[in-house]
Design a protein around this ligand. Structure first.
Ligand code: C5P
Length: 231
């Protein structure tokens, strides 16, 4: 069944603790740079206490292979179960990250093309002449061949990415909105059930849970939707 990851996009450890305790039914929590820089690694690690392997540390490493390997090793030591690297860092960088977490429970996800990019930006600013779908598929295939356990993809790329990486890789999808939630600034969204049916292994949901008057109920509703989609 597709798993729910609650994005802890908050500014303090105190707020994060509160969300984690309210949303106990959710097994996974995403810690991005915002919370990591406020709460520190000890704070982020504290959130995993008693629930090992529930943190998705989304710091999107992109550096020379040796530096990324050292960062991945540190993230694994912190207890992060999922970590992100930029596919654009290339094969050697991804392979180095994979080698660094070998023998641990940490899994590596590659970020392909940020959804804030357009074809024109990719061509004129980054110098990649191919379209976004072509680039996403190529990055996803290369990343998984290099050792990534999966990829982060936008909802409209699930099918494309699944074809590129095969049936076993993790496919983690943000930009998910239950029908009862506001779209916020997400331009192209998908419901949890649709993402699950298309083959997402995990969905990341932030504001529909964090801004809900009763986050616990939002989590329950999403988990129920995912459960129904899996039948
Ligand atoms: O929009 P929402 O609050 O649900 O966002 C949840 C998380 O998904 C955020 O932490 C955001 O950084 C991440 N994300 C996204 N869109 C992307 C990639 C990541 O919203 N294309």
């Amino acid at each position: 069944m597709t798993e729910l990851i609650t994005a802890l996009d908050v500014d303090s450890l105190e707020e994060a603790r509160q969300v984690v305790s309210e949303c106990e039914a959710c097994r996974w929590f995403k810690v991005g740079a915002q919370l990591f820089l406020r709460a520190g690694p000890d704070g982020a690690a504290e959130l995993t206490k008693g629930h090992p392997g529930r943190i998705f540390l989304d710091l999107k490493f992109h550096d020379i292979p040796n530096t990324v390997a050292n960062s991945a090793r540190a993230a694994a030591a912190m207890g992060a179960a999922l970590i992100t690297v930029h596919a654009a860092g290339g094969r050697n960088m991804i392979a180095a990250a994979r080698e660094a977490v070998e023998g641990t429970d940490t899994r590596i996800l590659a970020v392909t093309v940020l959804t804030s990019m357009t074809d024109q930006m990719l061509r004129d600013e980054v110098g990649i002449p191919n379209s976004i779908p072509e680039t996403v598929a190529r990055f996803a295939r290369m990343a998984v061949e290099a050792g990534a356990h999966g990829v982060v993809a936008s909802p409209h790329e699930i099918r494309l990415v699944r074809e590129a990486v095969g049936p076993d890789a993790l496919v983690v999808i943000p930009g998910v909105r239950p029908t009862w939630a506001a779209q916020d600034d997400q331009a192209r969204v998908m419901t949890p059930a649709e993402a699950a049916r298309l083959g997402a292994t995990h969905i990341v949901v932030g504001r529909p849970i964090l801004k809900h008057r009763e986050p616990r109920k939002a989590v329950t509703a999403i988990l129920t939707e995912l459960d129904e989609a899996s039948r």
